[in-house]
Design a protein around this ligand. Structure first.
Ligand code: IMP
Length: 441
């Protein structure tokens, strides 16, 4: 029986999932994304060339891998078109290789508008990516969204058009005349439906049949556990379920088809946007991490907030996702740090706590309890075996894994696809096939 695994973020997003999904992809027939939209930016370096994928799963760079955009996603047709074109310009043909769920929701111009306007109105900003993600999911839950399957016949008189019309009326009533014309919008959406037509289908059925035919599937998460709408640092979160629970809903598969969950973390922590981050380093050390790790948002270019590895956060992520193992990325960013710290607990109102509080005003008051660890002071780039890492780097990795309560199976030590180490000494039955990962081009 083939093994299907989920690869998802176990911190605040930007953990380097794109790179890991890309390098694991040759072992899978299908890579399927289950939530989010073009707020995500999955950066992959291949032979010195940078690809930033926002909607299309990171498996697309491997010929033969089919990429599914699931019903749990929110899709901006223009953003998708631009991404398809960008890939084509770089010699990546998506014909017969991407499948878009007919049940995914569509991000429309008024969603982008609302994202901006609502963020302007908020006294406490969330720091959204301003791509219309939240308002689109709001419409989905409020049962007034427009789905991919609606686009082909969207014209005056039909039910979906009435929804579109009413949404624009509501938008205008709330924020003043927007000048948006429902008929013109419907026309451009019908055009989008035309080019999308070959890609659109019932992807739940497709995956069901693929599973029955014993094809292997990787489920790709976007954002991260602490940005999850239910389990993240609410309200400073995105509007979808980035956690493992989102896989079944966001793709229309049974949870029994998910055999393993790999949580991706950085060897330190970053966050982009607002909201509490207990280990943040708003100082020279944080700046060094940002420069060395090129910690600037792949979508918005915003500088990411950097800080020490937060065990409390990762242990929480391990619990809510049922993580089998960790993938620890960007170890090399710490290569020339003399001193390292790991946050093992929080101090809250004089007490030591080991769990993330639900209330973000409490989380904002939590101070990290830090454990000092020595840096290794030499380059880890190009090292391909765990035993060949500097001994202090090995100790650091072992410590992160032990404190987080999850074994570290794979380590990233550079930007390129081939910069990784698989720990063969770490036995995770559902992931041991990774011991044979090849270093291709
Ligand atoms: P939204 O998803 O655009 O609504 O943004 C909500 C929050 O999630 C903001 O703090 C964003 O910065 C953050 N966010 C959304 N997508 C990503 C991502 O792919 N990586 C990191 N942060 C993200």
């Amino acid at each position: 029986m083939s093994v299907n695994i989920a690869v998802l973020g176990a911190q605040w997003g930007d953990e380097g999932k794109g790179k890991i999904v890309d390098l694991l992809s040759p072992n899978f027939s299908i890579v399927a994304r289950y939530q989010g939209g073009h707020n995500a930016g999955h950066t992959i370096w291949v032979n010195g060339k940078k690809f930033v994928l926002k909607l299309i799963p990171s498996g697309i760079l491997h010929p033969g891998v089919i990429c599914v955009l699931g019903n749990g996603m929110v899709i901006d047709p223009d953003a998708l078109f631009n991404e398809v074109m960008l890939l084509a310009d770089n010699g990546v043909d998506v014909t017969d290789r991407i499948l878009i769920s007919d049940r995914a929701h569509v991000i429309l111009p008024y969603h982008r508008d609302l994202d901006l306007l609502e963020e302007q109105r908020r006294e406490k900003k969330i720091g959204t990516t301003k791509r219309g993600i939240g308002p689109c999911y709001e419409d989905k839950i409020a049962r007034r969204g427009i789905r991919i399957c609606d686009l082909k016949n969207l014209s005056e008189g039909n039910e979906a058009f009435t929804r579109l019309f009413e949404n624009i009326v509501r938008h205008n009533a709330q924020y003043g005349e927007s000048g948006m014309d429902p008929s013109a919008m419907a026309k451009s959406l019908r055009e989008a439906a035309q080019w999308m037509r070959p890609f659109v289908r019932d992807t739940s059925k497709y995956l069901y049949e693929a599973i029955a035919a014993d094809k292997s599937i990787m489920f790709e998460g976007a954002q991260g556990t602490l940005l999850d709408i239910d389990h993240g640092t609410y309200p400073y979160v995105t509007s979808s379920n980035a956690t493992a629970g989102g896989v079944a809903n966001g793709l229309g598969i049974g949870p029994t088809s998910i055999h393993g969950v790999l949580g991706i973390v950085k060897a330190y922590a970053t966050r982009v946007g607002e909201g509490p981050m207990p280990t943040e380093l708003p100082n020279e050390i944080g700046n060094r991490m940002r420069q060395k790790g090129e910690e600037f948002g792949a979508v918005t270019g915003r500088p990411r907030r950097c800080g020490w590895y937060d065990v409390v956060a990762v242990r929480y992520a391990a619990r809510v996702n049922g993580l089998d193992a960790l993938g620890i990325t960007k170890l090399d960013v710490l290569d020339d740090f003399e001193d390292l710290q790991v946050c093992t607990a929080y101090r809250y109102e004089g007490r030591t706590i080991h769990e993330m509080p639900a209330d973000t005003t409490e989380l904002a008051k939590c101070e990290p309890i830090l454990e000092w660890m020595p840096g290794w002071g030499e380059s880890t780039r190009g090292i391909t075996e765990f035993e060949n890492l500097p001994s202090r780097a090995q100790i650091y990795i072992r410590r992160l894994a032990a404190c987080s309560g999850v074994p570290a199976k794979i380590i990233g030590n550079g930007q390129d696809r081939n910069d990784f180490i698989v720990r063969k000494d770490v036995d995770v039955p559902v992931l041991n096939w990774m011991n044979e990962l090849s270093r291709g081009t």
